[in-house]
Design a binder for this molecule. Structure first.
Ligand code: SF4
Length: 400
């Protein structure tokens, strides 16, 4: 088991030390304390990382988790335009694609054969609002909306392959979320940022109505009202300030304190893609990513799952020293369609790396065990299946 030494925050300036000591004493870091962490730098950073790693070990000792998944890019059409995105394509374009039910099933079956348990459905935001030919395609498939098609595909994958769907479909209505809840034990959407500045002229979200922070915060709250175990997170390096990053983490904490439904928080680093308006934008480095992960841990506390993707950082091992406890979905089959240039690490290699750092790499399902165990968060139709899967996966951390 990893044994992170009890940290000594003495090297921190008084304001930062106050915030870190509050977290280490098991207290709730206030918003004002959290915002002092904006100023952390230089020799203070290792102390911040160590504090976060120690805090992580208080509630999740010895293990780092991941979800074995297949990635199903149901459609890469989207009504929004984000200037860093290469996932979304215009219609018509040779690379625009909406999967047929047969394709979806083929990928899910292949994943099931490789031991995957999660089907991550990723797609653009409400593409039918922008692309007439896609609306026709939906009609031919027997649907009048993307969410109706998505629900049908989730149900098919669940029933035919046993993979647990995790839809990530952007902004959805209350009814759409309720319908998806019946066939998927968890759902997700990155908050990304709370910076309204980034929706301004020339900024990355100018032409992305679904990326307005207020709209996304409302959507996450809606999921809380519906008791949906929810995955969200922040995207760092798209033009937000460090203060805005912390404000986004605080907004997530507020929602979780109100509804209790945030099962994990992802800290994702922006990767610049060729042929996008942000191709020349600088990417956050490892130190910046580690520091943001550490701040997330200190602000969100020891119980929250804090995740960083292992495929977006060449040297991802040090993230374990900054308080993360989860690598997110890793696929032995399908690429990361949002970051296709970034291959998943080999799972054996990932396990070795965790072992070197003193942790056991442990598989989890798309819904975390504490949510799977709670009737409030799981549709009755899913309970037996999900809990049975946890019993088989980790008998020592059974969800039932
Ligand atoms: S909403 Fe998502 S899929 Fe659509 S353009 Fe933005 S990042 Fe790409």
């Amino acid at each position: 088991m990893a044994t992170v030494a009890a940290p000594d925050p003495a090297s921190l300036r008084p304001a930062l030390r106050d915030a870190v000591e509050t977290a280490l004493d098991g207290g709730r870091v206030s918003n004002a304390q959290a915002l002092t962490l904006v100023g952390a730098g230089g020799a203070e950073l290792p102390a911040l990382w160590a504090a976060a790693a120690w805090l992580r070990d208080q509630s999740r000792p010895g293990a780092v988790t991941y979800s074995r998944k297949v990635f199903i890019p149901l459609t890469n059409l989207c009504r929004d335009v984000c200037t860093y995105c290469t996932f979304a394509k215009d219609d018509p374009s040779p690379r625009a694609h909406t999967m047929s039910p047969e394709e979806v099933l083929r990928v899910a079956e292949a994943g099931a054969k490789l031991g995957c348990k999660e089907a991550l459905f990723t797609l653009g935001d409400r593409p039918e609002a922008r692309w007439p030919a896609y609306r026709e395609r939906l009609k031919r498939l027997g649907h009048d909306s993307t969410s109706s098609f998505l629900r049908a595909m989730c149900e098919m994958v669940l029933e035919e392959t046993g993979l647990l769907p995790h839809p990530n479909a952007g902004i959805l209505s209350r009814r759409e979320l309720e319908e998806l809840r019946e066939v998927s034990p968890s759902q997700g959407m990155m908050l990304e940022t709370v910076s309204d500045r980034l929706t301004g002229p020339g900024m990355p979200h100018e032409e992305a109505p679904d990326k307005r922070p207020a709209t996304r915060l409302k959507m996450i709250a809606r999921c809380g009202e519906l008791d949906i175990p929810f995955t969200t997170g922040i995207l760092i390096g798209i033009g937000e300030t460090v203060r805005e990053r912390i404000e986004a983490l605080l907004a997530i904490r507020d929602l979780h304190e109100q509804y209790g439904h945030i099962q994990e928080v992802i800290v994702q680093n922006f990767r610049a893609k060729p042929d996008t308006p942000m191709a020349a934008a600088g990417e956050p480095g490892l130190v910046e990513l580690m520091t943001t992960c550490a701040v997330a841990r200190l602000v969100l506390g020891p119980e929250m799952s804090v995740q960083a993707p292992p495929n977006l950082t060449a040297d991802y091992g040090p993230l374990l020293l900054a308080g993360i406890n989860d690598w997110g979905g890793v696929s032995p089959l399908t690429p990361d369609f949002v970051n296709p240039e970034a291959p998943w690490p080999d799972l054996d290699r990932l396990g070795e790396l965790c072992a070197d750092a003193g942790y056991t790499l442990r598989e989890r399902l798309t819904v975390y065990p504490e949510y799977a165990a709670d009737d409030r968060f799981l549709d009755p139709r899913l309970r037996t299946r999900v809990r049975g899967m946890y019993d088989q996966l980790n008998p020592e951390t059974t969800a039932a």
